[in-house]
Each structure stands twice: as C-alpha cells, then as structure tokens.
Design a protein around this ligand. Structure first.
Ligand code: PHB
Length: 175
C-alpha cells in the first residue's frame, strides 16, 4: 500500500474551499462534478488504470477517512494510478464501507482496470455530499463523499505533475 505515487496522496492537507488565488482553469478541474476519466479522455488518446491495491481492510487501516464513513469492521479499498497515453496523471484511493457493497454496488469490487467513473456515472443513482480541495506540496487533490443509491463511499484523488490540470498554457496554444 506504500507505493511512491500514493505517498503524496496520503499527505494531502484538505481545505474548506478552493483558495481565491487559484486560477479558474485549475478550479474547474478540481471541482469537476462529471467523470474525471471522461475529461481526461479529451486530453489523450487512451486513459488506462493501473491497480496498486484492491482488497479488504479493517477500520484501523482506513485512517482519517473513516470519520466520513459509517463505522464498520471491513472496508473495500481500491488504490490506482490513472494514466493518459501511459503517463501517470492521477492517483485515486476509494474507500467503500462493506455495507455499501450490496445489490448493483457489488460491481465496485470487480472493477480491476475499468475506471471507477465508468461505473459511477452509468449505474445506480449517484449523488455527491461534498468535494474538499486539498494540497500536497505543489500538487492539488480533492476528496469527495459520493453515494450510490444513498450508500456512501469516499474517493480521494491527487493530480500528478503531468496532469492537464497543470497544463494551463496548452489551452491557449491549442497544443
Ligand atoms: C478508479 O478507477 O479508481 C478511478 C478512476 C478515475 C478517478 C478516480 C478513481 O478520477
């Protein structure tokens, strides 16, 4: 679970709101409500997912995210790197309480290299309780509590240096 790409995600410091000084471009990426995978697909030929970890963990192993989820003995944990044309753009960590994994949500356990968003944005009714922006050194990230048919999960995302979120100038040059 201590993959180097995850270390900065674990170090994210969360903020109540996006700072006023953040450019509209970065704000737009950070607060995106739609599928991040879909947005990334507009910026490359192929989005791919590398699974770093998928499996059950205990309450004690979940860490501070547990404060945003019901207290249960088991959580499904998924940690991935998402790449655009094989360049790592984002790391994602999803914590799913065992009680969320019933009915159609059981599919969350079978994702493998299928991006989470492909499921979230097509399956059961999805709602979002909040998006909290976060910083880790020079990098930006965010944490969202989502609900599928009312059942919660917590998704944390960190935008890696090569991510289009940091490629503001390309918007103007049309590259
Ligand atoms: C995932 O597949 O777990 C995933 C994909 C895209 C994200 C976050 C997580 O933005």
């Amino acid at each position: 679970m201590m993959h180097p790409a995850m270390t900065q995600l674990y170090a994210l410091q969360f903020l109540d709101a996006v700072p006023d000084t953040l450019s509209p471009w970065r704000r737009d990426w950070l607060l995106l409500e739609d599928s991040m995978t879909k947005r990334f697909e507009a910026w490359c030929r192929k989005v791919s997912v590398t699974v770093l970890f998928e499996g059950w963990v205990s309450y004690a192993q979940v860490g501070e995210e547990a404060a945003f989820l019901p207290e249960e003995s088991q959580y499904w944990l998924r940690e991935i790197v998402l790449s655009g044309d094989n360049v790592p753009w984002l790391t994602g960590r999803t914590v799913v309480p065992a009680s969320t994994l019933s009915g159609p949500e059981l599919a969350l356990q079978q994702l493998g290299t299928t991006p989470l968003g492909r499921y979230l944005f097509t399956a059961s009714e999805m709602t979002r309780d909040f998006i909290q922006p976060g910083r880790s050194g020079d990098l930006w990230g965010r944490r969202s509590r989502l609900r599928l048919s009312g059942k919660p999960l917590l998704l944390t995302e960190l935008f890696l240096p090569a991510s289009p979120l940091y490629q503001e100038e390309k918007k103007w040059s049309g590259v």
